[in-house]
Design a protein around this ligand. Structure first.
Ligand code: MG
Length: 251
């Protein structure tokens, strides 16, 4: 029977071969590059509802579940995509600012989101093993970024946070993950990415890091596998439970 442990070992072996290493036993993950929404926080329900409410204000009818597929993109890129599709033009900078602000207000009006189950456990395992944790988010919403220190104390140093303000090209471009590796001083073979969204998985996989896809929302396993996830797990808790089996630096 294929256990999660077996699945992981096979995925690590394939990754090692891709990196030109003799076997998975030569692997060492020295940095973990971790997405925020839908990964560390159970926040995607709120985000999709806020986007849907904002776009409905413009008289546009869009399926709320579509917003799960835009996840990972910056607010600006999402507004532009919606404008091109429904209004057949790019949004002006003023429109982008106004509409992203409105979406953020709707988000902040909802009940506070909770950390994802298993997130604190994973971060503790990684940091105890001496792994550098880097936040890699397309978000520019301070309400959640500013909560990280309270919810996960001592894990993410300010210089080890890549947000929409730090990149020219957001996910699905690999730039945010490449920048994160640079800040952590690691190569792609020494980095693991943790993502929940198809576009985020694509960014992680194209950066060359070992990429975990977590199905924490309605997006199917195949959507993450198709974008190049090295392994897809059913929850953050599942990854936290497997983490002691990973080739973590310092072990
Ligand atoms: Mg996410």
């Amino acid at each position: 029977m294929e256990t999660p442990e077996n699945k992981l070992q096979q995925a690590l072996q394939r990754f090692a071969v891709r990196k030109g290493l003799a076997s998975a036993s030569s692997l060492r993950f020295r940095a973990a590059l971790i997405d925020m929404d839908g990964t560390l926080y159970d926040s995607m329900g709120h985000h999709t509802l806020a986007w849907h409410k904002m776009i409905s204000d413009l008289g546009i009818e869009a399926d709320r579940n579509r917003f799960y597929l835009f996840e990972g993109m910056t607010g600006k890129a999402t507004v532009n995509l919606l404008f091109r599709e429904y209004l057949h033009r790019d949004a002006t900078d003023e429109e982008v600012a106004e509409l992203y602000h409105r979406k953020t207000v709707y988000f902040n009006e909802m009940t506070p989101v909770k950390p994802m189950l298993g997130a604190a456990q994973l971060l503790t395992t990684l940091s105890d093993a001496g792994v550098t944790c880097v936040l890699v988010t397309g978000s520019g919403q301070r309400s959640l970024i500013d909560r990280l220190e309270r919810d996960f104390p001592g894990i993410f140093k300010p210089e080890l946070m890549i947000t929409s303000a730090d990149v020219e090209h957001g996910k699905p471009d690999p730039e945010p993950y490449l920048k994160a590796m640079q800040r952590a001083g690691v190569t792609a073979a020494e980095a693991m990415v943790v993502e929940n969204a198809p576009l985020g998985v694509r960014a992680g996989a194209q950066s060359g890091a070992f990429t975990f896809g977590l199905t924490t929302g309605p997006v199917p396993v195949s959507a993450l596998a198709d974008e190049g996830a090295d392994i897809v797990l059913p929850s953050m808790q599942a990854l936290a439970d497997l983490a002691p089996q990973l080739p973590l630096a310092g072990k």
